[in-house]
Design a protein around this ligand. Structure first.
Ligand code: ADP
Ligand code: MG
Length: 355
């Protein structure tokens, strides 16, 4: 075999490093959208509008009515690790807001054209800025990169265009924009159910109607009805439990034994962030197996609030994974609570059929 001569080791371009890092956080348009929704909710918004073109690859726009961003912060808004939510490493263990790493906007600015229009209550106009590679950039070549005053309402509008335009391999990996749009509608639907008091809409550009339209005053059951239909909403039971020993509170809505579907729908929020957990899903399916036909599965919305000191949110840049202490005990307590409710409904149903 050939003898390989050693090659010199060189540092990668900072620009390449940033693009790689961004691609690890944002794999599909829905991941950018999730970060932007969490930011809007963090900003105290009561209205959140999402507009999508070509599954989010052409356009992803989210308009909120939250606190806005100070004009003087716009220059560093998209730098990595700039945040208004975290000051010290210790804060990582007690953070209550959704985002915490100051990386979302930075990442997006490295792999898309990003425009921000924002107005705080105290400002008499809105400010618009464009970003490229973490920094302010001119809207058109030759113009100044400084934010420009413009008309606008209180709140923030983030416009993400041409996602992955400079990552051709990633761009080519998307087969269908309707598949990406479905993921976006699913994610908006999850937050629309979880965030009571907040109005949500999600629209595909060019469509006359919205895919999701939820009023701010809608109840949780109303929200579930609008997004998942009456067959789910008419068969819901509410449950809630807590235990100081494990430092958690759980509450949610789950379908009763009258309802079943081929695959489990689990809307899981831990400390108000939408996450996935195969452990929770398995335990819930196990619980329902005693109540449903063999191939039947439930719809479950579960909001878990766990003492932040017991949660490790810093597992992975995507934050889709969350670890917490006493996971088994907490899952067991939640499932016991659901089982009791299911059994109670089942008994009253049997009783009603007998009389
Ligand atoms: P993080 O959310 O982790 O702080 P981001 O990159 O997502 O990091 O956002 C950086 C900062 O930009 C936030 O800390 C917040 O101050 C501000 N920001 C982002 N989006 C909004 C928004 N929709 N409304 C108000 N402020 C926002
Ligand atoms: Mg964020």
């Amino acid at each position: 075999s050939d003898v390989i001569a050693p090659r010199r080791i060189k540092a990668l371009d900072q620009d390449v490093v940033n693009k790689i890092a961004a691609g690890e956080i944002i794999v599909a348009p829905v991941h950018a959208l999730k970060e932007l929704m969490e930011n809007a909710v963090d900003a105290g918004s009561t209205s959140l509008e999402v507009l999508v073109k070509e599954g989010g690859l052409k356009l992803l726009q989210i308009t909120d009515n939250g606190c806005g961003i100070e004009k003087d912060d716009l220059a560093i808004l998209c730098e990595r690790f700039t945040t208004s939510k975290l000051k010290t490493f210790e804060d990582l263990t007690s953070i209550a807001t959704y985002g915490f790493r100051g990386e979302a906007l930075a990442s997006i600015s490295h792999i898309a054209h990003l425009q921000v229009t924002t107005k705080t209550k105290g400002s008499n106009c809105a400010w618009r800025a464009h970003y490229d590679g973490g920094k302010l950039s001119p809207a058109k070549p030759g113009q100044s990169a400084d934010p420009k005053p413009t008309a606008g309402r209180n709140g923030t509008q983030i416009t993400v265009e041409d996602l992955f335009y400079n990552v051709p391999t990633r761009r080519r990996a998307f087969r269908s924009s309707s598949e990406e749009y479905n993921k976006i509608v699913d994610m908006v639907g999850r937050y629309a159910i979880h965030c009571s008091g907040v109005a949500f809409s999600c629209k595909k550009h060019g469509d006359s109607g919205a895919s999701i339209a939820v009023q701010s005053q809608a109840s949780v059951v109303d929200r579930i009805r609008q997004i998942h239909g009456g067959s789910v909403a008419n068969e819901l039971i509410e449950y809630a439990t807590s235990d100081d020993r494990w430092g958690f509170k759980a509450q949610g809505w789950a379908t009763n034994a009258n309802y079943h579907i081929k695959k489990t729908t689990l809307l899981l929020f831990i400390n108000h962030r939408c996450v996935e957990s195969s452990g929770v899903k398995k335990a819930i399916e196990q619980t329902y197996s005693a109540f449903l036909p063999k191939s039947g599965h439930p719809f479950v919305y579960l909001s878990l609030e766990i003492d932040p000191q017991r949660v490790d949110v810093n597992v992975h840049p995507t934050k889709r994974e969350v670890n917490f202490l006493n996971e088994d005990e907490i899952i067991q307590a939640v499932c016991e609570n659901i089982r009791d409710k299911l059994a109670a409904v089942d008994t009253s149903r049997t009783f009603m059929m007998q009389t």
